[in-house]
Structures are given as structure tokens and as C-alpha cells.
Write a protein that binds this ligand. Structure first.
Ligand SMILES: [Fe+2]
Length: 466
């Protein structure tokens, strides 16, 4: 010990011996508290690091990675883009999906989870939505997507309430899907351009080179909106969205048990807005590798992304990250209406004007899809079957196959699967077979602000931070 250090130690000892005993005890207590504080911090940090690493491990099944996709930065001409925007304006009214959108002739409208609607027209369980006739509540078509979105807050790991997150994904569309392609020459030109045919055939399997254009949809988004991670509902040999709920089609894809019966398709996502991506984000994201960080492409005007959206998980990142969209209640009629007199889009919820947007402020895209067939005969057979109502795979047969897999590969007891409610069964199927990745950069991936929706007693805790 040096002279100075020795002196200091002696001085401290002297000081302590002169201090009252209570004061010494207090100092020791403070020292202990300080020590425990830091130990807790280090422990919490280690736990967070461990969890962070574990939830960054993705579980995308092998059959859903490595599929061909193509990005073309300048695929459609400027004239076509302008013509499509004019078509959008002429369609004038775009609405959000609120109530159930089950096709009236769907063979199985739900899997048995339907429950009575409440007197005020709402549903008692989170996620459930009223049926079109307003007599019951059932799980929404995209239950698997909505559940993941609410639990994790999407690519960005948002921590927001149910109402806020719902408003972010309620994009606007003219009709759910438009099938009368021939009535819209400019859309028809998208499908029949040599460029599209050549590029689309690269996405279809080599032995399925007959293209069958079958639908398109315009998607309008206001600043602050996004599209959660999802797969697109496919057609199977004996079932489709006209026969069972979409979320079950996605479960079928995820399980890998029905992949030989799935129809291949190619979808183009074309961007029609005027703005450049650098200031607005809203990138198209897709998971072509089994990694938590997706590949991104910029949604620049005239760009097109081509892929089979039933084979590769994809999403749109937040458009204008700093903006929160106006609240769009689930029970309200929400619409974006183009006003020809002032050239502005009016966002209304139950007739109440919430905000006005210029066309240049919107994120506008068109999604157009064509099926891939081996030959004309197979295409004809498919068309004859799809609305015939014949040779439809029974719902029980699908559920049976999935249950067998849950027992064989996931360790579930058959008895528990047979006795649980159909709502619980739907949730088990979604959680076990649909493995959308968790937020890319979030330290804590769970959206705790969703808890008050499931457990109302937690509202008093979370209202201060959410
Ligand atoms: Fe999609």
C-alpha cells in the first residue's frame, strides 16, 4: 500500500469509528440496495438477450422457402400507370373490410366456432366478427394473420392497442376482388403484355406454362398503414376460399400435408403512386430465406414484384412510419371517397369526415393474379369445378388429417384435440402450423398493449404506457 492510500484507509476507518452506529447501518443498507439493483439489471439483461436470440430463430418450413420471385423496377409504362390511377379515381369509393366477407355460397362458413352475437351487435371474444346477416360471430377469414399481427405488432414490433393496430391494417379496396378483367382494358393489358407473360412463366413451374388470369384488386393505403406478414389463400384440388375459411387454407399450406394438391399461381404487385420510396418507407418485404430479416424491395412507381404469394410469406412495411392513421372502428363503415370537385380523397368513418388526402399522399398498388396450368383441359376442368359445389373435400377430412399430424409430429393427445372447443382447435392449428416470423428488430417482441383486450383487468396497468 502506498503512503497516500494507507492514509486514506486510516482516515476512512477513523471516520467510520466516529460515525453513529445507525448511520453505518444505513450506509450498508444503501450499499446492499445498490448492489441488488445492479445484479437485477444484469440478470434482466441476460434473460432479455437469451429470449431475444431464441425468438430471432425463425421456423419457416422448408417447403415455404427458396421459391422463385422476380423484381422489376420499371415494369409497366408511365402511360399505363397513369391510366390505372385514373381508373382508381373513376371507381371513386374504396372501403375497408369490416364484417365477415364469407362468400354466401361457401360450403363451410366456419369450423364450428360460431357463437351468438351480443345485443349491441358486437362479439364477446376478441378477433371474432359478426357474420353478414348479423346473427352470429365467427373467426375472421384472416384469423391467422390478425392473431400474429396483434400478438407481435408486425415487422416493426409495434406496441399498440387493438383499435390502433386494427386501423393500421384496414386498407381500402373497391371490391374484395375483381374478376371481370375483360371489362377493364388497361388491367387486361397488364395480364396480356408480352413482358408479363414471359416473366410470369418464370414463376410458374416448368410443366405448368398455361396462364389463366383470374383476379385483380386495387389496394389504397393512407399514411401509417401497413400489410401484416401473410400467405395468400390458394386453390387446392378439392377446396378453396369458396369452400372453407381462408385461415384454414393457410393452415393447410403451413402443415405441408396438402402441397401436392395446391394450385400454383403467379401474382404481380405493381406500384401506382407517384412518390419515391426514400422518404416514405412502405417497402415490400418477403421471406425467401429462413431468417428473421426479410428481403426488401422499394415500392417505386411502375415497379412490379412477381411471385407465388401462397408459397412465400410477405408483407408491406409501415408506410410513413411517423404517422398514426385515424382510428377506423371495426363496427363503422369506413371509406375513402374521391371527390371530383377538389381532387381530394375523403376518409370517412360512419359518414364522419376524418381527414382529406391528395392522391399523391396515398400508397396505391394493384395485385393481379394468374393461375398456372399444365394445359387448357386442366384449366377448363378447374373452372367447371370451382363453382359447381361438387367433389368438395369434406371439412372433417381436412381437420382429421391436421389432427393426426398434431398428434404424430407435435405431441398433442388425441383426446384433448377431440374435446377442446372448435375455437381452441382453430387457435392450436394456427399456432402450430402457421409460423410467421416475429418482429425483425424488436428487443421484446410481444405486443403487451394487446393484453387489455384479452384480459380487461390489465387496462389499469397498460393505459399509462399504451
Ligand atoms: Fe399477399
Amino acid at each position: 500500500m502506498t503512503f497516500t492510500a494507507q492514509n486514506t484507509a486510516q482516515a476512512r476507518e477513523k471516520n467510520q469509528s466516529h460515525r453513529p452506529k445507525e448511520e453505518n447501518a444505513k450506509t450498508d443498507e444503501q450499499h446492499d440496495a445498490f448492489k441488488w439493483y445492479w445484479m437485477s439489471c444484469i440478470f434482466a439483461l441476460l434473460i432479455t438477450m437469451y429470449l431475444h436470440n431464441s425468438w430471432r430463430t425463425t421456423e419457416i418450413p422448408d417447403h415455404l422457402i427458396g421459391h422463385t420471385s422476380r423484381f422489376y423496377p420499371e415494369f409497366i409504362t408511365e402511360e399505363t400507370r397513369i391510366e390505372l390511377v385514373e381508373l382508381v379515381k373513376s371507381m371513386q369509393i374504396f372501403k375497408t373490410l369490416n364484417k365477415d366477407t364469407v362468400p354466401v355460397n361457401r360450403t363451410y362458413k366456419n369450423v364450428g366456432e360460431a357463437m351468438p352475437i351480443l345485443e349491441d351487435g358486437t362479439c364477446s371474444e376478441p378477433f371474432f366478427i359478426p357474420t353478414l346477416d348479423g346473427t352470429q360471430c365467427i373467426l375472421p377469414g384472416r384469423y391467422e394473420m390478425n392473431r400474429h399481427w396483434m400478438k407481435y405488432g408486425g415487422l416493426e414490433g409495434l406496441k399498440e392497442t387493438y383499435e390502433e393496430l386494427t386501423s393500421r391494417i384496414k386498407f381500402f379496396m373497391y371490391a374484395r376482388y375483381v374478376f371481370d378483367i375483360k371489362n377493364h382494358p388497361v388491367v387486361k393489358s397488364l395480364f396480356y403484355s408480352e413482358k408479363f407473360i414471359k416473366a410470369a412463366k418464370e414463376i410458374c413451374p416448368a410443366h405448368k406454362q398455361v396462364l389463366d388470369p383470374y383476379q385483380f384488386i386495387f389496394i389504397l393505403q393512407v399514411p401509417g398503414q401497413t400489410i401484416p406478414i401473410h400467405l395468400d389463400p390458394p386453390y387446392f384440388d378439392r377446396t378453396s376460399r369458396y369452400h372453407i375459411p381462408e385461415w384454414l387454407l393457410i393452415v393447410m399450406i403451413g402443415s405441408g400435408l396438402f402441397k401436392d394438391q395446391m394450385h400454383d399461381h403467379v401474382q404481380g404487385v405493381a406500384y401506382l403512386h407517384e412518390w419515391n420510396t426514400s422518404q416514405n418507407a412502405g417497402n415490400f418485404a418477403y421471406f425467401d430465406k429462413n431468417e428473421i430479416v426479410p428481403s426488401y424491395i422499394s415500392p417505386n412507381p411502375r415497379a412490379v414484384m412477381l411471385m407465388d404469394g401462397s408459397k412465400t410469406m410477405h408483407a408491406a412495411a409501415l408506410y410513413k412510419t411517423e404517422v398514426k392513421p385515424p382510428l377506423l372502428p371495426e363496427t363503422a363503415e369506413n371509406e375513402l371517397k374521391f371527390n371530383l370537385t377538389d381532387d381530394l380523397w375523403e376518409l370517412r368513418s360512419d359518414e364522419k369526415l376524418l381527414k382529406k388526402y391528395k392522391t399523391s399522399e396515398l400508397r396505391i398498388s394493384i395485385v393481379y393474379r394468374a393461375l398456372c396450368f399444365e394445359n387448357e383441359d386442366k384449366m377448363k376442368t378447374f373452372h367447371e369445378w370451382i363453382h359447381s359445389g361438387e367433389n368438395v373435400q369434406p371439412l372433417e377430412e381436412i381437420l382429421e388429417k391436421l389432427k393426426e399430424e398434431l398428434v404424430k409430429a407435435k405431441g398433442f393427445s388425441r383426446k384433448s384435440l377431440d374435446t377442446m372447443s372448435k375455437f381452441d382447435l382453430a387457435t392450436v392449428l394456427v399456432d402450430e402450423f402457421v409460423k410467421y416470423p416475429l418482429p425483425t428488430n424488436s428487443l421484446f417482441p410481444y405486443n403487451y398493449c394487446f393484453l387489455p383486450t384479452i384480459y380487461p383487468w390489465t387496462e389499469s396497468i397498460f393505459k399509462y404506457i399504451c
